[in-house]
Design a protein around this ligand. Structure first.
Ligand code: HEC
Length: 199
């Protein structure tokens, strides 16, 4: 009995120590309210520039030339266009798109990014997906994740085989023979914009 008591005390002490360390670690990497506001504002503006440009040009090409030409546009021009717009972002701000199922292999999430996307997926299932997730990696490096959700028009090139545009997808496979970015349904989480902000 005495031994059990002693072991319990030791366990409690160890647990308190462990939780104590945990909370102080989280405290150090937790951005303040003011920081959050500033970082989110910067991220929003950067995503609007890069993501907005991509979406606008996709829509324009689809409307004017149809979905097959739009597939060609996305395959050939989306990356250089995103690069061009990225060059106009403020110093220390970069934007990329990440996903668990990439079309362009450069957009495949690494382990850390994957963990955040999985968190987003879980919170989406529970009906409370955040608009943005902010991570403070160090005193001058922040990351902002903004979920990308599938809309109806996206399914023409990212949907199931019965929904996809056959001609457009044939074009896409020419450029991305190892494409994984299909079989999405409307409202699915496609991935995220990831904004890196260094000061
Ligand atoms: C006309 C075909 C087409 C349509 C419609 C389309 N996409 Fe794409 N998508 C592509 C192609 C091609 C790529 C690969 C080139 C690139 O990096 O953008 C791509 C890449 C992506 C990526 C980068 C991740 C990856 O897998 O490489 C995301 C995110 C994405 N699309 C989301 C969307 C969303 C959201 C919509 C709807 C608003 C959409 N797409 C509509 C063809 C399309």
């Amino acid at each position: 009995m005495y031994l059990f008591f002693k072991q319990t005390i030791v366990l409690i002490v160890v647990l308190i120590g462990f939780l104590g360390c945990q909370s102080s670690k989280n405290e150090a990497s937790k951005p303040s309210v003011a920081e959050l506001k500033e970082v989110k504002k910067k991220a929003k503006s950067a995503i609007m520039k890069v993501g907005g440009t991509l979406k606008k040009n996709l829509k324009k090409t689809m409307g004017a030339k149809g979905v097959v030409e739009a597939a060609k546009f996305c395959s050939l021009s989306a990356v250089p266009l995103a690069k061009k717009v990225s060059a106009t972002l403020p110093e220390g701000v970069t934007v990329k798109r990440i996903t668990l199922k990439p079309r362009n292999i450069n957009n495949k999430a690494n382990d850390e990014e994957m963990a955040v996307i999985n968190e987003l997926e879980l919170s989406k299932k529970n009906g409370n997906m955040p608009k943005m997730v902010v991570k403070k990696l160090s005193s001058n490096h922040y990351q902002v994740y903004k979920p990308i959700v599938m809309g109806g028009v996206c399914l023409l090139c990212h949907g199931t085989s019965s929904v996809r545009d056959a001609g457009a997808y044939k074009e896409i496979l020419k450029h991305y023979p190892k494409d994984e970015a299909v079989d999405y349904k409307m409202g699915d989480l496609r991935g995220a914009f990831l904004v890196n902000i260094t000061k």
